[in-house]
Design a protein around this ligand. Structure first.
Ligand code: FPP
Length: 239
């Protein structure tokens, strides 16, 4: 489908890129090559999202729970794939006015990974095109606890009153810092869970599940998800 045919483009799309391991297994390849293929799929989706006018794309790259995976796989994701991605893609992303932001705790990541990430974030911080949020070492519950800590500190320091705390204020202290909540959340590979991803922000998101494994997810699949989204009627609790 071409770009003009899509109507009602969601402003904020979030992606749970699941199924890299199974994709590799089906081909008798190591899981790491599944992740590598996953990055190729992601490149196409980022480019396309920017072209069709999605404002914010948030992807789940690595969760706080993913540290429990085999050391070799964690090492490849954190020390190889991410670093290479940031290095190789930065120019193109910057040229396309994409603004990269990290959701999650990067302080504890290895120095080289951190350095590459900070460079990408700094280089693109004034760009006004697609906002590309990469959830990295991210956990939704941790995000909420972090927000509570920041807000509690402000109350204790007399910067705000307890009565000032409302949903709007709370949202500003999440990693998404008051970004519009995701309109559409897509999870691939047939699993139907949120898995601690954007659990505050997804309160009214439309959920879309694709049977495709992430490395097989193409722009046509995103079109299909967007068309399905456009057909749904969002009521936000009203009638
Ligand atoms: C889930 O598949 C995928 C991940 C845990 C990692 C997703 C990461 C990428 C696509 C690449 C990294 C991102 C950037 C921005 C460079 P799985 O391994 O859980 O698959 P399985 O359920 O089939 O085992």
């Amino acid at each position: 489908m071409n770009e003009q045919k899509l109507k009602n483009i969601p402003e904020h799309v979030a992606l749970i890129m699941d199924g890299n391991g199974r994709w590799a297994k089906q081909r008798g390849l190591p899981r790491t090559l599944g992740h590598k293929a996953g990055v190729e799929a992601l490149k196409e989706i980022v480019r396309y999202s920017s072209n069709i006018g999605i404002r914010i794309l948030t992807v789940y790259a690595f969760s706080t729970e993913n540290w429990a995976r085999p050391a070799e796989e964690v090492d490849y994701l954190i020390n190889t794939l991410l670093v290479e991605y940031m290095k190789k893609e930065l120019n193109e992303l910057h040229k396309n006015n994409v603004r990269i932001k990290i959701l999650g705790d990067i302080d504890s990541l290895p120095d080289l990974t951190k350095k590459q990430i900070i460079e990408a974030v700094e280089t693109t911080k004034n760009n006004m095109g697609l906002k590309f949020n990469i959830a990295l070492n991210y956990g939704g519950r941790k995000e909420i606890i972090d927000a509570i800590r920041k807000i509690t500190n402000m109350v204790l320091n007399g910067m705000i009153y307890e009565k000032d705390i409302d949903e709007e204020l709370f949202s500003r202290y999440l990693y998404t810092e008051g970004d519009k909540d995701p309109d559409l959340i897509i999870r691939t590979s047939g699993e139907m869970r949120i898995s601690n991803f954007l659990i505050w922000q997804s309160a009214y998101s439309e959920l879309y599940f694709s049977k495709k494994l992430w490395p097989d997810f193409r722009k046509e699949d995103l079109d299909e998800a967007i068309n399905e989204y456009a057909r749904r009627e969002r009521r936000f609790g009203s009638v």
